[in-house]
Design a protein around this ligand. Structure first.
Ligand code: FMN
Length: 472
Protein backbone atom coordinates (compact mmCIF):
# COMPACT_ATOMS: atom_id res chain seq x y z
CA UNK A 1 0.00 0.00 0.00
CA UNK A 2 2.81 2.35 0.99
CA UNK A 3 4.69 1.50 -2.17
CA UNK A 4 1.59 2.26 -4.29
CA UNK A 5 1.22 5.63 -2.56
CA UNK A 6 4.91 6.28 -3.17
CA UNK A 7 4.52 5.39 -6.86
CA UNK A 8 1.55 7.74 -7.14
CA UNK A 9 3.60 10.56 -5.62
CA UNK A 10 6.49 9.84 -7.98
CA UNK A 11 4.03 10.10 -10.89
CA UNK A 12 2.66 13.39 -9.51
CA UNK A 13 6.16 14.74 -9.10
CA UNK A 14 7.26 13.64 -12.56
CA UNK A 15 4.21 14.82 -14.49
CA UNK A 16 3.24 17.97 -12.62
CA UNK A 17 4.61 20.91 -10.71
CA UNK A 18 2.30 20.18 -7.80
CA UNK A 19 4.15 20.23 -4.49
CA UNK A 20 4.76 16.69 -3.30
CA UNK A 21 5.86 15.76 0.21
CA UNK A 22 9.57 15.35 0.74
CA UNK A 23 9.03 11.76 1.86
CA UNK A 24 8.95 10.42 -1.70
CA UNK A 25 11.38 7.50 -2.01
CA UNK A 26 13.30 7.00 -5.23
CA UNK A 27 14.70 3.78 -6.61
CA UNK A 28 16.23 3.21 -10.06
CA UNK A 29 12.93 1.91 -11.42
CA UNK A 30 10.67 4.31 -9.48
CA UNK A 31 9.48 6.09 -12.61
CA UNK A 32 8.64 2.86 -14.46
CA UNK A 33 6.71 1.64 -11.42
CA UNK A 34 4.82 4.92 -11.18
CA UNK A 35 3.60 4.71 -14.81
CA UNK A 36 0.52 2.73 -13.79
CA UNK A 37 -0.70 5.96 -12.19
CA UNK A 38 -0.20 8.18 -15.25
CA UNK A 39 -3.94 7.99 -16.16
CA UNK A 40 -4.72 9.05 -12.59
CA UNK A 41 -2.49 12.10 -13.09
CA UNK A 42 -4.62 12.84 -16.16
CA UNK A 43 -7.67 12.70 -13.90
CA UNK A 44 -6.03 14.98 -11.35
CA UNK A 45 -5.00 17.56 -13.95
CA UNK A 46 -8.34 17.20 -15.76
CA UNK A 47 -10.25 17.72 -12.51
CA UNK A 48 -8.41 21.00 -11.93
CA UNK A 49 -9.28 22.23 -15.43
CA UNK A 50 -12.87 21.08 -15.03
CA UNK A 51 -13.18 22.94 -11.74
CA UNK A 52 -11.93 26.10 -13.49
CA UNK A 53 -14.48 25.58 -16.25
CA UNK A 54 -17.28 25.03 -13.78
CA UNK A 55 -16.38 28.00 -11.59
CA UNK A 56 -15.79 30.45 -14.43
CA UNK A 57 -18.61 29.46 -16.81
CA UNK A 58 -21.25 31.69 -15.21
CA UNK A 59 -18.92 34.70 -15.32
CA UNK A 60 -16.82 34.57 -18.49
CA UNK A 61 -17.09 33.66 -22.16
CA UNK A 62 -15.91 30.23 -23.31
CA UNK A 63 -12.85 31.52 -25.20
CA UNK A 64 -11.59 33.43 -22.16
CA UNK A 65 -12.10 30.34 -19.99
CA UNK A 66 -10.25 28.13 -22.48
CA UNK A 67 -7.26 30.50 -22.54
CA UNK A 68 -7.19 30.34 -18.73
CA UNK A 69 -7.44 26.54 -18.84
CA UNK A 70 -4.49 26.37 -21.25
CA UNK A 71 -2.50 28.64 -18.93
CA UNK A 72 -3.45 26.33 -16.07
CA UNK A 73 -2.38 23.23 -18.04
CA UNK A 74 1.07 24.53 -18.94
CA UNK A 75 1.54 25.87 -15.42
CA UNK A 76 0.51 22.73 -13.59
CA UNK A 77 2.59 20.48 -15.85
CA UNK A 78 5.48 22.94 -16.22
CA UNK A 79 4.94 22.77 -19.98
CA UNK A 80 6.31 19.21 -19.85
CA UNK A 81 4.29 17.87 -22.76
CA UNK A 82 4.52 21.03 -24.90
CA UNK A 83 8.30 20.97 -24.43
CA UNK A 84 8.40 17.30 -25.46
CA UNK A 85 6.22 17.96 -28.52
CA UNK A 86 8.50 20.81 -29.58
CA UNK A 87 11.69 18.78 -29.14
CA UNK A 88 10.23 15.75 -30.92
CA UNK A 89 9.02 17.92 -33.84
CA UNK A 90 12.44 19.60 -34.11
CA UNK A 91 14.26 16.26 -34.05
CA UNK A 92 11.99 14.27 -36.32
CA UNK A 93 11.31 17.21 -38.62
CA UNK A 94 14.87 18.51 -38.86
CA UNK A 95 16.98 15.36 -38.60
CA UNK A 96 17.45 12.60 -41.10
CA UNK A 97 19.80 10.10 -39.43
CA UNK A 98 18.88 8.58 -36.09
CA UNK A 99 21.92 10.07 -34.29
CA UNK A 100 21.17 13.53 -35.65
CA UNK A 101 17.48 13.27 -34.66
CA UNK A 102 18.40 12.31 -31.11
CA UNK A 103 20.98 15.11 -30.90
CA UNK A 104 18.47 17.72 -32.06
CA UNK A 105 15.88 16.43 -29.59
CA UNK A 106 18.39 16.89 -26.79
CA UNK A 107 19.37 20.40 -27.90
CA UNK A 108 17.87 22.92 -25.49
CA UNK A 109 17.25 25.48 -28.27
CA UNK A 110 13.92 25.47 -30.01
CA UNK A 111 13.77 25.26 -33.79
CA UNK A 112 11.13 26.18 -36.33
CA UNK A 113 9.48 22.71 -36.37
CA UNK A 114 9.17 22.76 -32.60
CA UNK A 115 7.79 26.30 -32.55
CA UNK A 116 5.21 25.45 -35.19
CA UNK A 117 4.20 22.23 -33.41
CA UNK A 118 3.73 23.93 -30.04
CA UNK A 119 1.84 26.87 -31.57
CA UNK A 120 -0.45 24.59 -33.60
CA UNK A 121 -0.97 22.33 -30.58
CA UNK A 122 -2.12 25.24 -28.43
CA UNK A 123 -4.22 26.68 -31.25
CA UNK A 124 -5.89 23.34 -31.95
CA UNK A 125 -6.73 22.87 -28.28
CA UNK A 126 -8.06 26.41 -28.08
CA UNK A 127 -10.35 25.91 -31.09
CA UNK A 128 -11.59 22.46 -30.07
CA UNK A 129 -12.11 23.27 -26.40
CA UNK A 130 -13.92 26.48 -27.34
CA UNK A 131 -16.30 24.52 -29.53
CA UNK A 132 -17.01 21.53 -27.29
CA UNK A 133 -20.72 21.24 -26.51
CA UNK A 134 -21.44 22.60 -23.02
CA UNK A 135 -22.71 19.34 -21.63
CA UNK A 136 -19.70 17.47 -22.99
CA UNK A 137 -16.88 19.78 -21.99
CA UNK A 138 -15.84 18.23 -18.69
CA UNK A 139 -16.20 14.63 -19.90
CA UNK A 140 -14.09 15.10 -23.02
CA UNK A 141 -11.57 17.35 -21.31
CA UNK A 142 -10.91 14.79 -18.57
CA UNK A 143 -10.92 11.86 -21.04
CA UNK A 144 -8.35 13.60 -23.26
CA UNK A 145 -6.07 14.24 -20.26
CA UNK A 146 -6.38 10.64 -19.06
CA UNK A 147 -5.97 8.90 -22.43
CA UNK A 148 -3.13 11.20 -23.49
CA UNK A 149 -1.12 10.14 -20.44
CA UNK A 150 -2.19 6.53 -20.81
CA UNK A 151 -0.38 6.27 -24.18
CA UNK A 152 2.97 6.24 -22.34
CA UNK A 153 2.11 2.80 -20.96
CA UNK A 154 1.83 0.83 -24.23
CA UNK A 155 4.62 2.81 -25.91
CA UNK A 156 7.03 2.16 -23.07
CA UNK A 157 5.87 -1.45 -22.71
CA UNK A 158 6.41 -2.39 -26.35
CA UNK A 159 9.31 -0.17 -27.43
CA UNK A 160 12.92 0.03 -26.26
CA UNK A 161 14.81 3.23 -25.54
CA UNK A 162 16.15 4.89 -28.69
CA UNK A 163 19.20 6.07 -26.75
CA UNK A 164 21.30 2.95 -26.41
CA UNK A 165 24.27 4.49 -24.63
CA UNK A 166 22.93 7.70 -23.17
CA UNK A 167 20.74 8.49 -20.19
CA UNK A 168 17.33 10.07 -20.57
CA UNK A 169 13.81 9.92 -19.22
CA UNK A 170 12.75 7.57 -21.98
CA UNK A 171 15.44 5.18 -20.86
CA UNK A 172 14.11 5.12 -17.29
CA UNK A 173 10.84 3.77 -18.53
CA UNK A 174 11.21 2.14 -21.99
CA UNK A 175 10.83 -1.64 -21.84
CA UNK A 176 10.63 -1.35 -18.06
CA UNK A 177 6.89 -1.41 -17.69
CA UNK A 178 5.45 -4.73 -16.61
CA UNK A 179 2.43 -6.36 -18.24
CA UNK A 180 0.66 -5.98 -14.88
CA UNK A 181 1.25 -2.20 -14.88
CA UNK A 182 0.10 -1.95 -18.49
CA UNK A 183 -3.07 -3.92 -17.70
CA UNK A 184 -3.84 -2.12 -14.45
CA UNK A 185 -3.12 1.33 -15.95
CA UNK A 186 -5.31 0.51 -18.95
CA UNK A 187 -8.20 -0.63 -16.73
CA UNK A 188 -7.81 2.50 -14.63
CA UNK A 189 -7.85 4.72 -17.73
CA UNK A 190 -10.85 2.92 -19.22
CA UNK A 191 -12.77 3.12 -15.95
CA UNK A 192 -12.23 6.89 -15.68
CA UNK A 193 -13.07 7.46 -19.33
CA UNK A 194 -16.18 5.24 -19.12
CA UNK A 195 -17.49 7.40 -16.28
CA UNK A 196 -16.53 10.62 -18.08
CA UNK A 197 -17.89 9.76 -21.54
CA UNK A 198 -20.32 6.88 -21.08
CA UNK A 199 -21.28 5.54 -24.54
CA UNK A 200 -18.58 7.55 -26.30
CA UNK A 201 -15.79 6.14 -24.11
CA UNK A 202 -15.04 3.23 -26.39
CA UNK A 203 -14.70 5.44 -29.36
CA UNK A 204 -12.33 7.89 -27.56
CA UNK A 205 -10.29 4.91 -26.34
CA UNK A 206 -10.00 3.66 -29.94
CA UNK A 207 -8.61 7.03 -31.02
CA UNK A 208 -6.01 6.82 -28.22
CA UNK A 209 -5.02 3.26 -29.18
CA UNK A 210 -4.70 4.28 -32.81
CA UNK A 211 -2.49 7.30 -32.06
CA UNK A 212 -0.32 5.24 -29.72
CA UNK A 213 0.06 2.49 -32.35
CA UNK A 214 0.75 4.78 -35.31
CA UNK A 215 3.15 7.07 -33.45
CA UNK A 216 4.89 4.05 -31.88
CA UNK A 217 5.46 2.50 -35.30
CA UNK A 218 6.74 5.80 -36.60
CA UNK A 219 9.27 6.25 -33.74
CA UNK A 220 10.40 2.67 -34.17
CA UNK A 221 11.00 3.17 -37.89
CA UNK A 222 12.80 6.50 -37.47
CA UNK A 223 14.86 5.99 -34.28
CA UNK A 224 14.42 2.31 -33.34
CA UNK A 225 12.54 3.17 -30.14
CA UNK A 226 11.36 5.98 -27.93
CA UNK A 227 12.68 8.95 -26.00
CA UNK A 228 10.95 10.93 -23.26
CA UNK A 229 10.15 13.55 -25.91
CA UNK A 230 8.42 10.94 -28.07
CA UNK A 231 6.25 9.93 -25.10
CA UNK A 232 5.31 13.54 -24.37
CA UNK A 233 4.60 14.23 -28.04
CA UNK A 234 2.24 11.26 -28.34
CA UNK A 235 0.56 12.38 -25.14
CA UNK A 236 -0.15 15.81 -26.68
CA UNK A 237 -1.17 14.45 -30.08
CA UNK A 238 -3.62 12.02 -28.45
CA UNK A 239 -5.19 14.81 -26.44
CA UNK A 240 -5.66 16.87 -29.60
CA UNK A 241 -6.77 13.88 -31.69
CA UNK A 242 -9.56 13.03 -29.27
CA UNK A 243 -10.86 16.59 -29.48
CA UNK A 244 -10.43 16.69 -33.28
CA UNK A 245 -12.37 13.49 -33.65
CA UNK A 246 -15.22 15.00 -31.65
CA UNK A 247 -15.35 17.75 -34.24
CA UNK A 248 -15.44 15.11 -36.94
CA UNK A 249 -18.60 13.93 -35.28
CA UNK A 250 -20.04 17.42 -35.61
CA UNK A 251 -20.43 18.13 -31.94
CA UNK A 252 -20.76 21.89 -32.20
CA UNK A 253 -20.93 24.31 -29.31
CA UNK A 254 -24.62 24.83 -29.88
CA UNK A 255 -25.74 21.29 -30.42
CA UNK A 256 -25.22 18.41 -28.07
CA UNK A 257 -27.05 16.12 -30.45
CA UNK A 258 -25.26 13.63 -32.63
CA UNK A 259 -26.34 13.36 -36.25
CA UNK A 260 -28.40 10.26 -35.45
CA UNK A 261 -30.08 11.95 -32.51
CA UNK A 262 -30.98 14.95 -34.66
CA UNK A 263 -32.37 12.65 -37.32
CA UNK A 264 -34.49 10.98 -34.63
CA UNK A 265 -35.84 14.31 -33.47
CA UNK A 266 -36.93 15.37 -36.95
CA UNK A 267 -38.29 11.90 -37.62
CA UNK A 268 -40.58 12.22 -34.61
CA UNK A 269 -41.74 15.64 -35.85
CA UNK A 270 -42.47 14.56 -39.41
CA UNK A 271 -43.92 11.17 -38.56
CA UNK A 272 -46.11 12.35 -35.69
CA UNK A 273 -49.76 11.77 -36.56
CA UNK A 274 -53.12 12.39 -35.00
CA UNK A 275 -54.50 8.89 -34.46
CA UNK A 276 -58.18 8.09 -34.16
CA UNK A 277 -58.99 4.78 -35.78
CA UNK A 278 -55.90 2.61 -35.51
CA UNK A 279 -55.56 1.91 -31.80
CA UNK A 280 -54.63 -1.55 -30.52
CA UNK A 281 -55.92 -2.77 -27.15
CA UNK A 282 -52.37 -3.61 -25.94
CA UNK A 283 -51.76 -2.04 -22.54
CA UNK A 284 -49.35 0.87 -22.12
CA UNK A 285 -47.13 0.33 -19.09
CA UNK A 286 -47.29 2.64 -16.11
CA UNK A 287 -43.58 3.38 -16.59
CA UNK A 288 -44.01 4.49 -20.19
CA UNK A 289 -47.04 6.60 -19.35
CA UNK A 290 -45.01 8.33 -16.66
CA UNK A 291 -42.21 8.98 -19.14
CA UNK A 292 -44.67 10.59 -21.54
CA UNK A 293 -46.23 12.72 -18.81
CA UNK A 294 -42.77 13.77 -17.70
CA UNK A 295 -41.99 14.86 -21.28
CA UNK A 296 -45.13 16.97 -21.20
CA UNK A 297 -44.08 18.36 -17.84
CA UNK A 298 -40.79 19.56 -19.36
CA UNK A 299 -42.49 21.87 -21.86
CA UNK A 300 -41.87 25.59 -21.87
CA UNK A 301 -44.41 27.60 -19.90
CA UNK A 302 -44.97 31.30 -19.39
CA UNK A 303 -43.06 32.50 -16.31
CA UNK A 304 -42.34 28.80 -15.64
CA UNK A 305 -45.96 28.66 -14.58
CA UNK A 306 -46.48 24.97 -15.38
CA UNK A 307 -50.24 25.45 -15.45
CA UNK A 308 -51.00 21.89 -16.58
CA UNK A 309 -52.49 18.89 -14.79
CA UNK A 310 -53.23 15.46 -16.24
CA UNK A 311 -56.29 13.33 -15.53
CA UNK A 312 -55.53 9.74 -16.59
CA UNK A 313 -58.76 7.99 -17.56
CA UNK A 314 -58.82 4.22 -18.22
CA UNK A 315 -62.14 3.26 -16.70
CA UNK A 316 -64.38 2.03 -19.59
CA UNK A 317 -67.55 3.40 -17.93
CA UNK A 318 -66.09 6.88 -17.62
CA UNK A 319 -64.74 6.69 -21.16
CA UNK A 320 -68.15 5.65 -22.45
CA UNK A 321 -69.76 8.68 -20.86
CA UNK A 322 -67.03 10.95 -22.24
CA UNK A 323 -67.78 9.42 -25.65
CA UNK A 324 -71.45 10.37 -25.16
CA UNK A 325 -70.40 13.96 -24.50
CA UNK A 326 -68.37 13.85 -27.73
CA UNK A 327 -71.39 12.49 -29.68
CA UNK A 328 -73.58 15.32 -28.45
CA UNK A 329 -71.04 18.02 -29.31
CA UNK A 330 -70.25 16.39 -32.64
CA UNK A 331 -73.87 16.45 -33.74
CA UNK A 332 -73.85 20.24 -33.34
CA UNK A 333 -70.41 20.54 -34.97
CA UNK A 334 -71.45 18.48 -37.99
CA UNK A 335 -74.44 20.73 -38.64
CA UNK A 336 -72.28 23.72 -39.63
CA UNK A 337 -71.00 22.01 -42.78
CA UNK A 338 -73.00 21.77 -45.96
CA UNK A 339 -73.04 19.79 -49.21
CA UNK A 340 -69.93 17.72 -49.98
CA UNK A 341 -68.17 18.87 -46.82
CA UNK A 342 -71.07 17.68 -44.71
CA UNK A 343 -71.01 14.31 -46.50
CA UNK A 344 -67.27 13.97 -45.95
CA UNK A 345 -67.54 15.10 -42.33
CA UNK A 346 -70.00 12.36 -41.54
CA UNK A 347 -67.49 9.78 -42.79
CA UNK A 348 -64.57 11.06 -40.70
CA UNK A 349 -63.59 9.32 -37.51
CA UNK A 350 -62.78 12.15 -35.13
CA UNK A 351 -61.96 10.34 -31.88
CA UNK A 352 -60.69 7.03 -30.51
CA UNK A 353 -61.98 7.34 -26.94
CA UNK A 354 -63.18 3.76 -26.48
CA UNK A 355 -60.50 2.03 -28.56
CA UNK A 356 -57.52 3.74 -26.91
CA UNK A 357 -56.46 1.98 -23.70
CA UNK A 358 -55.67 5.30 -22.03
CA UNK A 359 -57.28 8.69 -22.36
CA UNK A 360 -55.97 11.86 -20.78
CA UNK A 361 -57.57 15.15 -20.00
CA UNK A 362 -54.91 17.87 -19.97
CA UNK A 363 -56.04 20.92 -18.06
CA UNK A 364 -54.77 24.46 -17.52
CA UNK A 365 -55.08 26.22 -14.18
CA UNK A 366 -54.90 30.01 -14.85
CA UNK A 367 -54.56 30.69 -11.11
CA UNK A 368 -51.47 28.57 -10.61
CA UNK A 369 -48.65 30.51 -8.97
CA UNK A 370 -50.85 33.46 -8.04
CA UNK A 371 -52.37 36.38 -9.93
CA UNK A 372 -49.06 37.71 -11.32
CA UNK A 373 -47.14 35.35 -13.50
CA UNK A 374 -44.00 36.64 -15.16
CA UNK A 375 -44.75 37.36 -18.83
CA UNK A 376 -48.50 36.83 -18.60
CA UNK A 377 -49.79 40.25 -17.63
CA UNK A 378 -50.65 41.28 -21.17
CA UNK A 379 -51.39 38.07 -23.06
CA UNK A 380 -53.47 36.14 -20.55
CA UNK A 381 -53.89 33.17 -22.90
CA UNK A 382 -50.20 32.30 -22.58
CA UNK A 383 -51.25 29.86 -19.84
CA UNK A 384 -53.25 27.89 -22.40
CA UNK A 385 -50.46 28.22 -24.98
CA UNK A 386 -48.09 26.71 -22.40
CA UNK A 387 -50.44 23.79 -21.86
CA UNK A 388 -50.50 23.22 -25.64
CA UNK A 389 -46.69 23.09 -25.59
CA UNK A 390 -46.96 20.32 -22.98
CA UNK A 391 -49.35 18.39 -25.21
CA UNK A 392 -46.99 18.73 -28.16
CA UNK A 393 -44.07 17.41 -26.09
CA UNK A 394 -46.13 14.39 -25.13
CA UNK A 395 -47.31 13.89 -28.70
CA UNK A 396 -43.72 13.81 -30.03
CA UNK A 397 -42.34 11.67 -27.22
CA UNK A 398 -45.21 9.23 -27.74
CA UNK A 399 -44.41 9.03 -31.47
CA UNK A 400 -40.83 8.14 -30.62
CA UNK A 401 -42.14 5.36 -28.36
CA UNK A 402 -44.48 4.05 -31.06
CA UNK A 403 -47.54 5.27 -29.17
CA UNK A 404 -50.32 6.99 -31.12
CA UNK A 405 -52.03 10.09 -29.75
CA UNK A 406 -55.32 11.57 -30.91
CA UNK A 407 -56.50 15.00 -29.78
CA UNK A 408 -60.26 15.28 -29.30
CA UNK A 409 -61.58 18.80 -28.93
CA UNK A 410 -65.18 18.27 -29.90
CA UNK A 411 -66.74 18.71 -26.46
CA UNK A 412 -68.86 21.29 -24.76
CA UNK A 413 -66.19 22.38 -22.22
CA UNK A 414 -68.70 23.08 -19.42
CA UNK A 415 -70.13 19.57 -19.80
CA UNK A 416 -66.72 17.91 -19.79
CA UNK A 417 -65.66 19.91 -16.75
CA UNK A 418 -68.76 19.04 -14.84
CA UNK A 419 -68.45 15.37 -15.67
CA UNK A 420 -64.76 15.13 -14.74
CA UNK A 421 -65.29 17.33 -11.65
CA UNK A 422 -62.78 19.86 -12.88
CA UNK A 423 -62.86 23.04 -10.71
CA UNK A 424 -64.67 26.01 -12.18
CA UNK A 425 -61.55 28.13 -12.84
CA UNK A 426 -59.59 25.28 -14.52
CA UNK A 427 -59.72 24.89 -18.32
CA UNK A 428 -59.83 21.46 -20.00
CA UNK A 429 -57.40 22.15 -22.88
CA UNK A 430 -57.07 18.75 -24.49
CA UNK A 431 -58.66 15.34 -24.33
CA UNK A 432 -56.11 12.84 -25.65
CA UNK A 433 -56.47 9.21 -26.69
CA UNK A 434 -53.28 7.17 -26.27
CA UNK A 435 -52.20 3.68 -27.21
CA UNK A 436 -50.16 1.39 -29.45
CA UNK A 437 -51.39 1.53 -33.03
CA UNK A 438 -51.75 -0.71 -36.05
CA UNK A 439 -50.18 1.99 -38.23
CA UNK A 440 -49.22 5.61 -38.41
CA UNK A 441 -50.58 7.14 -41.59
CA UNK A 442 -47.92 8.69 -43.85
CA UNK A 443 -49.81 12.01 -44.04
CA UNK A 444 -52.57 13.70 -42.01
CA UNK A 445 -55.84 11.84 -42.32
CA UNK A 446 -57.63 15.10 -43.18
CA UNK A 447 -55.18 15.60 -46.05
CA UNK A 448 -55.56 12.02 -47.32
CA UNK A 449 -59.35 12.20 -47.24
CA UNK A 450 -59.28 15.51 -49.15
CA UNK A 451 -60.66 17.68 -46.34
CA UNK A 452 -57.81 20.20 -46.68
CA UNK A 453 -54.36 20.22 -48.32
CA UNK A 454 -51.14 21.19 -46.55
CA UNK A 455 -50.46 24.87 -47.22
CA UNK A 456 -47.09 25.52 -48.94
CA UNK A 457 -44.66 26.84 -46.33
CA UNK A 458 -43.66 29.74 -48.60
CA UNK A 459 -47.22 31.11 -48.43
CA UNK A 460 -46.89 31.42 -44.68
CA UNK A 461 -43.59 33.28 -44.47
CA UNK A 462 -43.35 37.08 -44.53
CA UNK A 463 -40.28 39.22 -44.10
CA UNK A 464 -39.99 42.19 -41.77
CA UNK A 465 -43.72 43.09 -42.02
CA UNK A 466 -46.99 41.21 -42.49
CA UNK A 467 -47.58 40.46 -46.17
CA UNK A 468 -44.01 41.29 -47.30
CA UNK A 469 -42.87 38.31 -49.41
CA UNK A 470 -39.58 39.61 -50.82
CA UNK A 471 -37.01 38.54 -48.28
CA UNK A 472 -33.49 37.40 -48.88
C1 FMN B 1 -55.92 21.76 -30.88
C2 FMN B 1 -56.23 20.57 -31.70
C3 FMN B 1 -57.48 20.00 -31.66
C4 FMN B 1 -57.81 18.87 -32.42
N1 FMN B 1 -59.04 18.30 -32.34
C5 FMN B 1 -59.32 17.19 -33.05
C6 FMN B 1 -60.58 16.54 -32.94
O1 FMN B 1 -61.44 16.93 -32.17
N2 FMN B 1 -60.81 15.46 -33.67
C7 FMN B 1 -59.86 14.97 -34.55
O2 FMN B 1 -60.13 14.00 -35.22
N3 FMN B 1 -58.65 15.56 -34.66
C8 FMN B 1 -58.36 16.65 -33.93
N4 FMN B 1 -57.13 17.22 -34.04
C9 FMN B 1 -56.13 16.62 -34.92
C10 FMN B 1 -55.99 17.38 -36.21
O3 FMN B 1 -57.07 17.12 -37.05
C11 FMN B 1 -54.69 16.96 -36.86
O4 FMN B 1 -53.64 17.36 -36.03
C12 FMN B 1 -54.49 17.57 -38.24
O5 FMN B 1 -55.44 17.08 -39.11
C13 FMN B 1 -53.10 17.25 -38.80
O6 FMN B 1 -52.87 15.87 -38.82
P1 FMN B 1 -51.64 15.21 -38.09
O7 FMN B 1 -51.75 15.59 -36.63
O8 FMN B 1 -51.78 13.74 -38.30
O9 FMN B 1 -50.41 15.78 -38.71
C14 FMN B 1 -56.83 18.33 -33.27
C15 FMN B 1 -55.56 18.89 -33.30
C16 FMN B 1 -55.25 19.99 -32.54
C17 FMN B 1 -53.85 20.54 -32.57
Amino acid sequence: MRSAANSFLVAVQFMTRLPVSRGVRYSPDALAKSAVFFPAIGLLVGAGGSALYWLLSPHASRDVIVVLILVYLVTVTGGLHEDALGDAADGLGGGWEKERILAIMRDSHIGSFGTIAIALGLLARFVFLTNLAPGKFIGFFVAAQVLGRWTTLPLAFFLPSARANEAGQGKLIAHRITALSLGAGTILALAIVAVALKAEALWAALVAVMIAAVSGLYYWRRIDGITGDCLGATNQITEIAIMTAIHGRKQSALSEFSRTEKRGLYKAIYKRRDVRGHFLPDPVSQRLLRKLLDSAHHAGSVGFMQPWSFIVIRNPDIKRQVKDLFEQANATAAAVFEGKKSELYSKLKLEGILEAPITLCVTCDPSRNGPHVLGRNTIRETDVYSTCCAVQNLWLAARGEGIGVGWVSIFEPAQLKRFLQIPEHVIPVAYLCLGYVREFLPRPELEITGWLPRIPLEDLIFFERWGEKNGK
